[in-house]
Design a protein around this ligand. Sequence first.
Ligand code: ADE
Ligand code: ZN
Length: 328
Amino acid sequence: MKALIERLPKVELHLHIEGTLEPELMLALAERNQIALPYKSLSAVQAAYHFEDLQSFLNLYYLGASVLVTENDFYELMSQYLSRASAQNIVHAEVMFDPQTHLQRGIGFEVFMSGFVRAIEEAKAQWGLSVYLILCFLRDQSQTAALETLTLAIPFKHQISAVGLDSAEIGHPPSKFEAAFDAARKSGYHLVAHAGEEGGPAMIEEALDVLGVERIDHGVQCIQDAALRKRLVKDQIPLTVCPLSNVKLRVFDQMAQHPILDLLAEGLCVTVNSDDPAYFGGYLTENFLALDAALGLSEKAFRQLLANGVRSSFLPEAEQARLIDQLW
Ligand code: ADE
Ligand code: ZN
């Protein structure tokens, strides 16, 4: 299985670019930009990466992102990720970014977008990698702040494929962002939202019914609701599941308890993704390897997970068909 996992072409649909900030780059950028961090060494950073829940992770994730300042910092971040992605035979990535994390530090769209797009164009030329960007609203901030972010994104609209919703889920239901998602839909963006990571099945239903999203990020809490699972099967709503993230953030105690293969067998359109790989101990290949080690991944299930990823992407149908042909 290991060779097959490494070799087959893969797509990544749930990855936060700020979550690919490896400790080495974090420390180098902190030094370069004179940003104070509570870590003195690589091992001190790694030792801090033990999380009790989503919020305890988000605190370190936002602290880490504070070292990103210049266009070149964002270029290096994206460039390092895309180089790793290509080395793992990822052929298409839909990459999330959190504008508000940077805007609130006085760093504008022109800074991070130029860095991202420069790295994306190079990766396309060098490896034929295709990359779409997903602008995420921070759900622990207000809807007004989300609408302002959407306005600031207007000059960069042609470089952004979708709008999403991330950060602390509990206490911040999807319905809080109905107007912002309506506005994003009218602007022609695809729509996704994190739901059912820590929050219950009602979060997933609201994201579908109130926001009208096309994909659910995480969605694993559908395990609590058979009627919801039936609907997800019937409508083939994609769930971008992140196994290593779920174990690191204690959604499930151990990988052996992860329900993704049961959901796949039940007919849900589940996909495997890496979320914040620099914090969770692995990129896409490592997520598949961890599933195989704990649960035993058959070739058939593996190819089905890959095919689900392709057909859940925002790629044109002809490109999806071309990629699916390469899986069998
Ligand atoms: N931002 C980055 N990673 C996240 C996650 N797993 N859930 C919610 N927001 C996030
Ligand atoms: Zn996420």
